[in-house]
Design a protein around this ligand. Structure first.
Ligand SMILES: Cc1cc2nc3c(=O)[nH]c(=O)nc-3n(C[C@H](O)[C@H](O)[C@H](O)COP(=O)(O)OP(=O)(O)OC[C@H]3O[C@@H](n4cnc5c(N)ncnc54)[C@H](O)[C@@H]3O)c2cc1C
Length: 420
């Protein structure tokens, strides 16, 4: 029996791990040669971690597993009727079972032109672009300050989206600037810097209890982040963002506001929801195609309470395990158990020793939540070396406020230091 898994993210890896060392012939296809731990991407963006700390080669994960073959290819088409996937090199691969786990991309809510001016945080290249942009801007600002020229656009940093990614990114940018960068730039002044977080809703972290949203608001404010709630972005152009609360000029505009499922799903002859996800059966199979499944950020799954599951890593991992078991046991459609999500809680970090967590109906905040957040992230990182490295980096940062990866490597390759 041939099984094809598309995507070596959280969902795809969970399927592969369930099927490893079985008598199934598994082909795991990913367009990258690494598994990316997206929850720590923002730490690469703010120079706290290096790319290799949060990414792990997929081949390395399965190097001793005889029944799993890894292919670095982009899947461009899926023919559910012929049970065949096509990759960008135009080769095709046949399957008996298919699991689609290609994740999601950034959505600019139909304003595709904004993507050129507001950098998203979804991939390693995104994180490195943000990192270089922030560091290059400070180098440029110091030079202009030396000549007494206007640097207000250089010193304004705008983050759009008050969900976990926007909160984590804005808190980390504020800490990076105030605690780590400014001491190295004697001509730049604390009070001239603006880190601005914009959200259309009336509170941050809207999926968390209100008391945690309030704590997050206060914590970010104390870190120096200016928060604009009930503020809708109306347009973004080069270095300018217009909102319902006014216009801001900034060289650094970052987008953490929306998700849309992988465009690969558009090739399927099935119903997609508003976020482009496949509306799956209770066993996670595709309606009409019982041997093809969609999991993780690409799947729209409604539980027994009528709630659509959120796009988070635990959902993808549990769904991967569920589908893996169905395939392993060869359960026919109709005899398969429904997928049931076990919610173990959600967490978001705000800054050093500050986080929020909502676990089993209980709210936690501050240092304890941050410790929990740190332990959980270390636990789920792949690779012993990565776990140790990340832990040491965090301890070092905790003690010194210094992050090690503040390197600009592309400045003279593509004139990255010039903003205008
Ligand atoms: C910045 C950020 C922070 C986050 N923080 C958290 C957090 O704190 N906690 C949490 O639970 N969740 C968090 N998430 C969400 C979490 O990362 C996702 O829910 C999870 O990664 C979804 O898993 P997945 O397997 O569906 O997709 P992914 O993990 O995204 O994996 C998809 C894989 O498919 C591959 N792929 C895509 N298209 C193709 C193609 N056409 N051909 C071949 N391969 C393809 C990709 O390269 C990727 O490896 C965060 C996400 C981001 C972006």
């Amino acid at each position: 029996m041939k099984v094809i898994i598309v995507g070596a993210g959280f969902g795809g890896l969970a399927v592969a791990n369930t099927l490893k060392n079985s008598n199934l012939d598994v082909l795991l296809i990913d367009k990258n040669n690494y598994h990316l731990f997206q929850p720590l991407l923002y730490q690469v963006a703010v120079s706290a971690l290096s790319p290799g700390d949060i990414a792990y080669p997929v081949r390395g994960i399965f190097k001793n597993t005889k029944n799993i073959r890894v292919l670095m290819e982009k899947v461009v088409n899926v023919d559910l009727r012929s049970r065949r996937v096509s990759v960008s090199g135009s080769e095709t691969f046949d399957y008996d079972y298919l699991v689609l786990a290609p994740g999601a991309e950034t959505s600019y809510f139909g304003n595709v032109e904004w993507k050129d001016y507001a950098i998203a945080l979804k991939s390693l290249p995104d994180a490195l672009t943000i990192r270089e942009k922030i560091l290059s801007t400070f180098e440029e600002a110091e030079k202009l300050a030396y000549k007494n020229l206007d640097i207000s656009k250089h010193l304004t940093f705008i983050i759009v989206g008050g969900g976990p990614t926007g909160v984590e990114l804005s808190g980390a940018i504020a800490e990076l600037i105030y605690k780590t960068i400014l001491p190295d730039f004697p001509l730049l002044r604390h009070k001239k810097i603006n880190v601005i977080l914009i959200d259309a809703g009336n509170r941050l972290l809207s999926s968390y209890p209100e008391e945690l949203s309030e704590y997050t608001y206060k914590s970010l404010t104390s870190l120096g982040v200016k928060i604009y709630l009930n503020t809708r972005v109306t347009s973004i152009e080069k270095n300018v963002i217009r909102t319902t609360q006014g216009t801001f000029s900034a060289f650094n505009i970052f987008w953490a506001a929306g998700n849309i499922a992988s465009p690969l799903l558009k090739s399927l002859p099935v119903k997609l929801d508003r976020q482009g996800r496949v509306v799956v059966n209770p066993d996670l199979s595709i309606p009409g195609f019982p041997d093809a499944f969609v999991i993780g950020d690409s799947a729209s799954f409604t539980d027994k309470n009528g709630e659509t599951l959120p796009a988070i890593a635990p959902v993808a991992m549990q769904q991967g395990k569920h589908v893996g078991k169905i395939i392993l046991e060869g359960l026919p459609f109709g005899l398969r158990p429904d997928f049931v999500y076990r919610d173990k809680g959600t967490m978001a970090t705000i800054g050093k020793a500050r986080a929020v967590a909502y676990l089993k109906g209980q709210s936690f905040k501050g240092w304890f939540a941050w410790l929990l957040w740190s332990l959980v992230h270390i636990l789920f990182l792949i690779g012993f070396r990565n776990k140790i490295r990340v832990m040491l980096e965090w301890i070092w940062y905790y003690i010194t406020n210094k992050s090690g990866a503040r390197l600009i490597v592309n400045a003279f390759r593509k004139d990255n230091s010039k903003n205008s």
